[in-house]
Design a protein around this ligand. Structure first.
Ligand code: C2E
Ligand code: CA
Ligand code: CA
Ligand code: CA
Length: 254
């Protein structure tokens, strides 16, 4: 497939081809749903469903990610009227967005449109978003937090100087990267690393969420290591809005 161009993507965003998919996040102990991560998908008229890894970098480079985030938030917030009011929505924030002075206002405006309370919003920030102009990124992250949203440090352990970010920013949650979950069952070293990450999160009073939970073995081990929440194919793949009601039926009635 030819690489997607800036022009393609701009047209796609404007014609609402970028849609939110929702993946369940559950409490490991009970299996109860706590919320969803919103993951972008491109419903391409010719190429079918395109994964975010193929277009988020294009959006970043072309400065289209503000437009993309706005669309995604508006759709997700509008849909949230149909999900129980205790559930959270987690949204990914990228590198250039954390240096955008209008980000806080744009998120607030999108939320107001659908009366979505910002204390149900979790902003997942990857460490790559915290390189470069760190001072500026910290400033904006603090603004988002003051506005009521929760902050999660995404893909924890995979990037640079994560500990410094953890110290400098008012995070509420850390997301243990799937790579640690995947290898955790193989070697003692990997298990020790996963245990240390989860222990660190817990001792800082943060919610610990593991990604890439694919099996009951993963879930059991994570629970044993003290991890609170999980997300992965064991609980459900990301689904479009049409699949959301079914997920809610299975997961909230216990
Ligand atoms: P991420 O934030 O780490 O999201 C988790 C990724 O793991 C998602 O891939 C999800 O579909 C996948 N996943 C979930 N459970 C499992 C599992 O059990 N096993 C495996 N192997 N994979 C699992 P996806 O949707 O392709 O997204 C990839 C990345 O693209 C995300 O990684 C995130 O960094 C980025 N992304 C997605 N949507 C957005 C967005 O709206 N904005 C920005 N800036 N980035 C986004
Ligand atoms: Ca994420
Ligand atoms: Ca992640
Ligand atoms: Ca990840």
């Amino acid at each position: 497939m030819a690489p997607h161009t800036e022009t393609d993507l701009r047209r796609a965003i404007e014609s609402d081809e970028i849609v939110p998919y929702f993946q369940p996040i559950v409490e490991l102990r009970s299996g109860l749903l706590t919320g969803f991560e919103v993951l972008a998908r491109w419903q391409h008229p010719r190429h079918g469903t395109v994964a975010p890894d193929e277009f988020i970098p294009v959006a970043e480079k072309a400065g289209l990610n503000g437009l993309l985030l706005g669309k995604l938030l508006r759709s997700a917030f509008a849909i949230s009227a149909h999900i129980p009011s205790h559930l959270t929505l987690s949204v990914n924030i990228s590198l250039t967005q954390l240096t955008d002075r209008t980000l806080t206002r744009h998120i607030r405006q999108a939320a107001e449109q659908s009366s979505f309370p910002l204390n149900r919003l979790v902003l997942e920030i990857t460490e790559s978003a915290l390189v470069g102009d760190t001072e500026h990124a910290y400033l904006i992250a603090n603004e988002l937090k003051e506005q009521g949203s929760h902050l999660a440090l995404d893909d924890f352990g995979t990037g640079y100087s994560s500990l410094r970010h953890l110290q400098a920013l008012p995070f509420d949650e850390i997301k243990v990267d799937a790579s640690f979950v995947r290898t955790m069952t193989h070697t003692r070293e990997s298990r020790k690393i996963a245990a240390a990450i989860i222990g660190l999160g817990n001792s800082l009073g943060l919610i610990t969420v593991a990604e890439g939970v694919e099996s009951a073995t993963h879930a059991d081990m994570l629970l044993w290591l003290g991890c609170q929440r999980g997300q992965g194919f064991l609980y459900g793949r990301p689904v479009p809005v049409e699949g959301l009601q079914e997920l809610l039926m299975i997961r909230t009635i216990f």
